[in-house]
Design a protein around this ligand. Structure first.
Ligand SMILES: NC(=O)c1ccc[n+]([C@@H]2O[C@H](COP(=O)([O-])OP(=O)(O)OC[C@H]3O[C@@H](n4cnc5c(N)ncnc54)[C@H](OP(=O)(O)O)[C@@H]3O)[C@@H](O)[C@H]2O)c1
Length: 255
């Protein structure tokens, strides 16, 4: 039977790199996101690097309960064989003070980072429970442990991811299903562009420092997945060397 890895937010950054890393471990890849052309590009790259690996694509919005449900219903064969679910789709919007923030931005973050993760998890774990195996990898963040100014709501969504990872681990205790919460610091992806919708502001985030790359996080996820079945890496905080803490970054001038 094929072993599927289902990756949300596979059209960019960490999700894209994780799809490649898990394809490299021989998983069949079920890659999801909202941008169909990016999914098709990813499929091409996986197939050229790992010929023989099966790839399926699904375009939908994780924050839309009905789209998620339609996706789950129309991919029952693969969903019932999902060995690894990577709940990666997520985003931050803006850094305004809470008293000045947009309600739309709050809703987008909460709907995607919390509700999207829950909708996907609920749909997949019932199959994992039935076969008594599987691994849920959630993309939390250092923002899920420490808050910073202008990040209150994004941080709250990632604190939620931490709580949900813990709660799920407790509810699944006694099964062979593992739950891992990966908590990166600064990673250079489309994340800051999505947050600011401004290339100059996005570039400034990483100015003079060396951020993590998506592949650094993907390799870590692949390593967690490849541990023996009795080993569950519960949580991992990963910072770039140039970042000591949220908001504490070494800038080395022009590099
Ligand atoms: N970059 C960082 O510094 C950092 C640090 C800690 C944690 N993280 C977390 O890591 C995860 C991946 O972020 P990234 O850095 O790789 O950012 P990214 O390059 O912007 O990728 C985000 C992915 O999420 C998908 N996505 C967003 N909203 C979605 C929705 N409603 N439905 C389906 N897919 C959606 C996007 O795809 P579409 O636009 O095609 O839908 C994209 O593939 C996020 O959960 C983020 O919070 C990032």
């Amino acid at each position: 039977m094929a072993k599927w890895a289902l990756i949300t937010g596979a059209t960019s950054g960490i999700g894209w790199a994780t799809s490649l890393a898990l394809a490299g471990q021989g998983f069949s890849i079920l890659a999801t996101g909202r941008r169909q052309e990016k999914l098709q590009e990813l499929e091409k790259e996986i197939k050229s690097k790992f010929p023989g690996v099966s790839v399926k694509l699904a375009q939908f919005d994780v924050s839309d309960r009905f789209e998620v449900s339609e996706f789950l219903n129309s991919h029952q064969t693969e969903i019932s064989q999902v060995e690894v679910l990577v709940n990666n789709a997520g985003l931050a919007k803006g850094t305004d003070k809470m008293q000045e923030s947009s309600l739309d931005d709050w809703e987008t973050m909460i709907d995607t980072n919390i509700k999207g993760l829950l909708f996907m998890t609920r749909g997949v774990i019932e199959h994992m429970v039935r076969k008594n195996s599987g691994h849920v990898v959630n993309l939390g963040s250092v923002a899920g442990r420490w808050t910073y100014p202008g990040g209150g709501v994004y941080c709250a969504t990632k604190f939620a991811v931490r709580a949900l990872s813990e709660g799920l681990r407790m509810d699944l205790l006694g099964s062979k299903i593992r739950v891992t919460n990966i908590e990166p610091g600064m990673v250079s992806t489309e994340f800051s562009m999505v947050r600011f919708n401004d290339q100059a502001k996005a570039d400034k985030v990483y100015e003079g420092m060396t951020p993590l790359q998506a592949s650094d996080i993907a390799e870590t996820i692949a390593w967690c997945v490849a541990r023996p079945a009795h080993v569950n890496i519960q949580e991992l905080v990963i910072y770039p060397t140039d970042q000591a803490h949220v908001g504490q970054v070494a800038r080395h001038g022009k590099v």
